[in-house]
Design a protein around this ligand. Structure first.
Ligand SMILES: Nc1ncnc2c1ncn2[C@@H]1O[C@H](COP(=O)(O)OP(=O)(O)O)[C@@H](O)[C@H]1O
Ligand SMILES: [Mg+2]
Length: 310
C-alpha cells in the first residue's frame, strides 16, 4: 500500500477538515484497487500537488505512467475530459479514468516543471506556445467561462463592498468591465484554466506538456491572465515593473497568437479576484501572517498596474 505524503495529508486536513481526513484514509485502498484493475505495478516515490497524489507506475506493457488520485471536489471533475479532448496535443495522454474516485492513469513525463526555469521570457513563451496548441475546439459539455460572468460580477460587487479599502474604484470597475465586455464574447475553445509554470512539465516527445487542467470553454487569452498572475513576484521585483509587465504581455501574446489587450484585461481581472480572495480565504501558500499580507499586496499592485493599457 502507498503511504500518503505527510505534507499532503496535513494541507488536505487543513483545507477540508474531517472530510479531508476521511478521504485520506481511503486513498491507499483506492490506489491498490485501481492498480489491480489497470494491471499496473508501482514504480517510484509518491509525489503530490495541491489536491492530488501522483503514484508512478508501469502499465502491463512496461510503459511508464502515473496514477493521479484527486480530492473529490467539483473543481477536479473536468480534468479527464480536457485530457481526452487533447489526445496528447500539448498535454499528457490519458490512458484510463475512474470518475467516481477522481482517478486517472496518465502518461508519465518528468517531474521538473517550467516554474523551475530561471529565464522569464523562456517561461512565458513556452507557456504561450503551449496555450496555442491547447486551444482546440472544445467538447460541448464542459463549463463555459461565459456562463460564470454573472457570478463573477456579483462576487466582485460583494467583495468591493466588504473590502472597500482594498483596491481603488477604477481597479474594481476595470475588472467588472472585463467581465461584461471580454467575458460575454468568447469562442468555443478548450481552455486549460490553470496555466502556470508549475502545471507545465518537462517531457520527451515534446519539450513541455501540460498537466492539471480545469477544462473550461472560452477565450484562450484567459489563461494568459492566469500565467501573468503567476509571474507577479518576478514582475513586481523588477527594477521597472511596468516594463516587466509589458514584456510578459508582448511575449505571451505573440507566442500564443492571442490579443494582447484581452490578456491584459483578463490578468487585471485575475489580480482583482486574487486580491479579494486573499483577504477572504488566504492563499494555499499562506493562510495568514506576514506572507499572506505580502501576497495580497502583490495582487493589489498587479490589479492597479494593469488597469490601463500598458
Ligand atoms: N503525468 C505526470 N508525469 C510525471 N509527474 C507528474 C505527472 N503529473 C503530475 N506529476 C507531478 O505531480 C505534481 C502535481 O501534479 P498536478 O497534476 O499539478 O497536481 P495538483 O492537481 O494536485 O496540483 C507535478 O508538479 C509533477 O511533479
Ligand atoms: Mg498542479
Amino acid at each position: 500500500m502507498i503511504e500518503v505524503p505527510e505534507t499532503f495529508a496535513r494541507s488536505t486536513i487543513e483545507r477540508e477538515g474531517a472530510t479531508g481526513a476521511a478521504w485520506l484514509t481511503e486513498v491507499p485502498a483506492i490506489v491498490d484497487e485501481l492498480m489491480r484493475r489497470w494491471a499496473c505495478t508501482r514504480d517510484g516515490e509518491v509525489v503530490h500537488g495541491g489536491v492530488g497524489v501522483i503514484v508512478p507506475v508501469r502499465r502491463p506493457d512496461r510503459s511508464p505512467a502515473v496514477m493521479k488520485v484527486s480530492f473529490p471536489h467539483p473543481g477536479n471533475v473536468r480534468e479527464p475530459d480536457a485530457f481526452e479532448a487533447w489526445h496528447g496535443r500539448g498535454a499528457v495522454l490519458l490512458y484510463a479514468r475512474d470518475d467516481e474516485r477522481f482517478a486517472m492513469l496518465l502518461e508519465r513525463v518528468h517531474t521538473s516543471t517550467l516554474a523551475e526555469v530561471e529565464d522569464g521570457d523562456e517561461v512565458v513563451s513556452v507557456a504561450g506556445r503551449l496555450n496555442r496548441r491547447l486551444a482546440v475546439p472544445a467538447p460541448h459539455d464542459l463549463p463555459r467561462l461565459r456562463e460564470q460572468t454573472g457570478a463573477w460580477e456579483e462576487q466582485l460587487c460583494t467583495d468591493a463592498g466588504e473590502f472597500s479599502d482594498a483596491l481603488s474604484r477604477r481597479a474594481v470597475d476595470a475588472a467588472v468591465a472585463t467581465v461584461r465586455e471580454v467575458g460575454r464574447e468568447q469562442p468555443d475553445l478548450l481552455v486549460h484554466g490553470d496555466l502556470h509554470g508549475g502545471n507545465i512539465l518537462r517531457a520527451e516527445r515534446d519539450p513541455w506538456l501540460a498537466v492539471d487542467p480545469k477544462g473550461y470553454v472560452g477565450d484562450p487569452a484567459y489563461d494568459g491572465g492566469t500565467l501573468l498572475k503567476s509571474r507577479a513576484l518576478a514582475i513586481l521585483a523588477a527594477d521597472d515593473p511596468r516594463k516587466a509587465v509589458h514584456r510578459v504581455l508582448d511575449v505571451f501574446a505573440e507566442a500564443a497568437e492571442v490579443d494582447r489587450e484581452r490578456v491584459r484585461r483578463w490578468a487585471q481581472f485575475h489580480a482583482v479576484q486574487a486580491a479579494f480572495w486573499g483577504r477572504r480565504h488566504g492563499f494555499r501558500r499562506a493562510r495568514g501572517g506576514p506572507l499572506l499580507d505580502l501576497l495580497t499586496e502583490f495582487a493589489d499592485s498587479l490589479a492597479e498596474l494593469l488597469v490601463e493599457r500598458v
